[in-house]
Ligand binder design. Structure first.
Ligand code: S3P
Length: 172
């Protein structure tokens, strides 16, 4: 079983992915963690020291490496992964992979991201007032990529188990 979760920062990809993998008895991976371990550096340090363009290049390479090596998994992508370097086409061309978009509203994303901004280089320096506007514009740019996923689940105001149960229904 090969499942990919995608969506904006703060949509719950990692939290939902971990719980889903337990229920399905398949290993969980997070592409950001995979990149960090392969590069021996945190995402923040990669952005700081090598820049976003470098990050997008290696994100693409490690996504392809991951997909060609792993047999059974739930994989959570980074928020930007589907939107760069033809990554969404790569994912969709793997016909045995099921992709699912975790769809969250702007207020939900704002609330979740503002609790944990520092680890996210794209938003770390934004004020609370600027954050909502940034998310709204950014999500508008990215949504067309996310919406290419085979399935999508609305996550607003739902607990983890509810979202996991909804994804499992979609997988049948
Ligand atoms: C990014 C999201 C992050 C991480 C990097 C860039 C983005 O992942 O890949 O900071 O472009 O949205 P999360 O969505 O897990 O925060």
């Amino acid at each position: 079983m090969k499942i990919i979760l995608l969506g904006y920062m703060g949509s719950g990809k990692t939290t939902i992915g971990k719980q889903l993998s337990k229920k399905l008895f398949v290993p969980f991976f997070d592409l950001d963690h995979y990149i960090e371990s392969r590069e021996g550096a945190s995402i923040s340090d990669i952005f700081k020291e090598k820049g976003e363009i470098y990050f997008r290049k290696i994100e693409h390479l490690y996504l392809k490496e991951f997909l060609s090596e792993k047999d059974s998994y739930v994989l959570s992508l980074g928020g930007g992964t589907p939107c760069y370097a033809g990554n969404m086409d790569v994912i969709l061309s793997n016909t045995n992979v099921t992709s699912c978009y975790l769809q969250a509203s702007i207020p939900t994303l704002k609330e979740r991201i503002s609790k944990n901004k520092t680890k996210r280089p794209l938003v770390a320096s934004l004020s609370e007032e600027k954050l909502t506007e940034f998310i709204a514009k950014h999500l508008f740019e990215r949504r067309s990529y996310y919406e290419q996923a085979q399935h999508s689940v609305i996550v607003d105001k739902k607990d983890i188990d509810t979202v996991v149960a909804e994804i499992r229904i979609l997988l049948h």
